[in-house]
Design a protein around this ligand. Structure first.
Ligand SMILES: [Zn+2]
Ligand SMILES: [Zn+2]
Length: 355
């Protein structure tokens, strides 16, 4: 029995779609759990619900196609109100947690080191990093541009005023200062002396030559988190950065900055058209896993520009693209047949912050 629970907090509704040989019936309903069995009683399944539901409403599955059934439940009232306030307009997007390996995560480790995923040599540690700053998001940088255009310049030294230099209208970190972005770290070339070599616009590990990142047009070194391993100084704690996070950040920046819903992701060998169909919803998948605060993503590799869609272009790297598509495909296979496709589109769900 494949199922999908989709909780739409703003509508205050939880829908349960089931693909089964027989009509499912509700064996029991608790605010956070739904137990189903089939009419013959052969199959039973306990489904954790992403949000508490109102157990007083009537519950009967309606048939909607060949062996597809759907049940709609109301979310519990207090939760609906709470979510509406939480999600007022786009404030929710602006207040998303900074994500994995953010400034806070790094500071919490005390002394930390970031090493080349391939050979383990140190890329960033206490020797070449004495200061961490959060990277303004792309959207934030646009606001800064705007702000600086409407305010007379003040004579200031770049570093005293922080990470944003009004004079150059660009980021200007000091040597050994690290700017922490969503999926990358940014610093000037001097910070990486002896550790990273520059090969055209590509940045490589000086020991094993693997690609770690690229040089920005401001000549800063941009190192992708997914090419490194993070560990505490004693090596007790260590973690990896899921490369698909890089694409999620790219998408969220387009959604935040341009309110884009259609984005064409391009890497060197692939184009994928993604349609961000819903944001900040929660689902339960057929394996019982709940994904909270996820995006509903429609995607297809066969790019068709359909008339008046506004499509944002985004150039992305090969590894994150591969991992992003694998994550989408993995969830897609767990969906009931009816929910896995929408016309030519594949349907999937991905968390907005991947830990
Ligand atoms: Zn290396
Ligand atoms: Zn590729």
């Amino acid at each position: 029995m494949k199922y999908l629970v989709e909780c739409l907090p703003r509508i205050g509704c939880t829908s349960i779609a089931v693909h089964a040989n027989e009509r499912p019936v509700v064996a029991s309903l608790h605010p956070s759990t739904l137990e189903l069995k089939t009419v013959s009683g052969d199959v039973s399944v306990s489904i954790p619900l992403p949000h508490n539901v109102d157990i007083k409403c009537s519950y009967e599955f309606k048939a909607c196609g060949d062996r597809d059934y759907v049940l709609r439940l109301r979310n519990r009232n207090e939760d609906v109100v709470g979510n509406r306030e939480l999600n007022k307009s786009r404030n929710f997007l602006m207040s998303l947690p900074e994500g994995k390996w953010g400034k806070k995560d790094l500071l919490d480790l005390g002394q930390f080191k970031l090493t080349c995923l391939c050979c383990g040599s140190a890329i960033i540690d206490a020797e070449n990093c004495f200061k961490l700053n959060e990277m303004p998001s792309e959207f934030w940088m646009e606001l800064m541009d705007y702000w600086h255009c409407h305010k007379p310049d003040e004579p200031t030294g770049a570093c005293e005023t922080g990470r944003y230099s009004a004079k150059q209208n660009s980021l200007n970190p000091c040597t050994k200062e690290l700017l922490v972005g969503g999926s990358f770290l940014l610093a000037n070339a001097g910070t990486f002396t002896g550790r990273v070599i520059c090969d055209g616009n590509l940045l490589r590990c000086s020991k094993c030559n693997v690609t770690l990142g690229e040089k920005t047009k401001e000549q800063l070194y941009k190192i992708y988190k997914y090419n490194m391993k993070l560990s505490s100084l004693n090596g007790e704690e260590c973690s990896f950065f899921p490369p698909e996070n890089d694409i999620v950040f790219t998408i969220l920046n387009h959604v935040k900055g341009n309110s884009a819903r259609h984005i064409l992701l391009k890497c060197e060998d692939k184009k994928v058209h993604v349609w961000i169909f819903a944001i900040d919803i929660s689902v339960t998948l057929s394996d019982g896993a709940i994904i909270r605060n996820c995006m509903k993503v429609l995607y297809q590799e066969d790019v068709k520009v359909e008339g008046n869609h506004n499509i944002d272009d985004a150039t992305v790297n090969h590894i994150p693209m591969k991992c992003f598509l694998a994550a989408l495909d993995g969830v897609n296979t767990l969906l009931p047949k009816n929910n896995a496709k929408m016309g030519p589109w594949n349907v999937s769900y991905i968390p907005m912050v991947i830990e």
